[in-house]
Design a binder for this molecule. Structure first.
Ligand code: ADP
Ligand code: MG
Length: 329
């Protein structure tokens, strides 16, 4: 179990990571979502023992991880970080890149394990090519294969889904499931896009300006985001002042200027609902996303499978009280 307590790090006057506490359990996948510059990469480096914390510490199974200023070789054998840029050796093959991580093992085991990793990471067919002769997805899987070669207890990944197309994202997703379930690895990945995080992670955190502002099950963070930022980071959302809920006949609003959030899929088209005019229609493949105006001040996005809707149409929309979530800030 990897346990970070009150981790803090500043670059000069800029606080990149502020007081972050986090526990990574074996066999569990954690995702941290944050905008660019929110401290994701800095936090990963701290967790991997690749950067010195100003305050706080990281412990693996009760033993403190030393920072680079305290050891000759930075990092820890049981914690591996897959960088965003992969950092492969450019002039040797995929196979040798992976094999290098096992250079201290006997050749027979090394060959066996490399074959196993190449298969697991779907690299067998490209094993003899050098990094510039393979795709981005294959480069990333080479970096993952190398990182997990000697079965680390903890695998950290920096934006593993960002530059991949859907088929490659699914391969990485399955790879993480496999590592967590079969090898009992603690996995943590950071991302600026929650799409994959919601379906992959057991626990989802929201990082803002270096602070972990929310942590919970993905479904809870998605439905009950603590702030507007957390709501936006976890998917499409409507945010409006509570007083406008009167348009839906809600009368029990206590603080009119407080913000509430409504996910698009919670708003329904309903002829008996509040009157609205369609402002935009976006085809999304499996459904449409439409934007409606309820008044001069209120427009909402919602999802529908109806395909007879056009801009300018009058529709009714309705909402259940339990779909409304009050934000804190
Ligand atoms: P993220 O990975 O979420 O984009 P980073 O951890 O890379 O965020 O950066 C967090 C903040 O720290 C940013 O404002 C960034 O500009 C700053 N920062 C990152 N690395 C350094 C560095 N080596 N020196 C100075 N500032 C840095
Ligand atoms: Mg980063």
């Amino acid at each position: 179990m990897l346990k970070a307590t009150n981790l803090t790090k500043a670059y000069g006057s800029l606080a990149a990571v502020r007081n972050v506490s986090l526990t990574l359990e074996p066999g569990r996948i954690t995702a941290l979502v944050g905008a660019s510059g929110s401290g994701k990469s800095t936090l990963l480096n701290l967790l991997a023992g690749l950067a010195d914390a100003d305050a706080g510490d990281v412990q693996l199974n009760g033993k403190r991880i030393e920072g680079p200023s305290e050891v000759l070789v930075p990092g820890h054998d049981d914690i591996r970080l897959v960088h965003q840029e992969y950092q492969l050796m450019p002039n040797v093959s995929v196979r040798e890149n992976v094999s290098y991580a096992l250079r201290f093992f006997e050749k027979s085991y090394r060959d066996f394990r490399v074959n196993q990793l190449l298969k697991l990471c779907r690299l067998t067919d490209v094993q003899d090519r050098i990094p510039r002769q393979i795709s981005g997805g294959e480069k990333q899987r080479t970096a993952i294969a190398r990182a997990i070669a000697d079965k680390p207890a903890v695998l950290l990944l920096d934006e593993p889904f960002s530059h991949l197309d859907l088929p490659n994202r699914l391969i990485v997703r399955d790879l993480l499931f496999d590592l967590a379930h079969h090898d009992n690895t603690s996995c943590l990945f950071v991302t600026h896009d929650a799409t994959d995080a919601l379906s992959v992670a057991h626990t989802l955190g929201i990082l803002r300006d270096g602070k972990l502002i929310q942590l919970g099950a993905p479904v809870d963070v998605y439905r009950q985001p603590s702030t507007a930022y957390a709501a936006h980071m976890t998917g499409p959302v409507n945010i409006l002042k509570a007083k406008y809920l009167s348009l839906f006949g809600f009368t029990d609003v206590t603080i009119p200027d407080e913000l509430v959030c409504l996910r698009p899929e919670q708003i329904k088209l309903d002829n008996t609902g509040a009157p609205a005019i369609i402002k935009a229609v976006y085809f999304k493949g499996s459904h449409y996303e439409i934007e409606v105006n309820l008044s001069r001040y209120v427009s909402l996005r919602l999802l529908t499978t109806r395909d007879d809707l056009e801009v300018g149409h009058h529709v009714g929309i309705s909402l259940k009280t339990e779909s409304v979530w009050q934000l804190k800030g």
